[in-house]
Design a protein around this ligand. Sequence first.
Ligand SMILES: [Zn+2]
Ligand SMILES: [Zn+2]
Ligand SMILES: [Zn+2]
Length: 105
Amino acid sequence: MATKGCSHEDQIRDAPPRAEGCEECLAQGGRWVELRRCLVCGHVGCCDSSPHRHARAHFEATHHPVIQTFEPGEAWRWCYVDEVYLPDGRELSHEDLRRHHPQQP
Ligand SMILES: [Zn+2]
Ligand SMILES: [Zn+2]
Ligand SMILES: [Zn+2]
């Protein structure tokens, strides 16, 4: 048996986040628990603990396989197809986080 891993690394473009929060929740006025960033296109969606699970819905709609957590200080990735946890994603720079997690005025 081969070691279980992710076979989609060639699809990962490390796309920068397109939004400051879950795109669908922002449009609907919904709430989320945590955010996930699609590494193929930069879609930002909410996690499986959130009511609407838009990150998973994005995978089901687009088949973009790999997401990375969009929580500050965390850098793990998850592949929906291989169902494998990848602990060593590249953390967003402080500049990215400042830009995409703006402080309240
Ligand atoms: Zn994979
Ligand atoms: Zn959402
Ligand atoms: Zn995507």
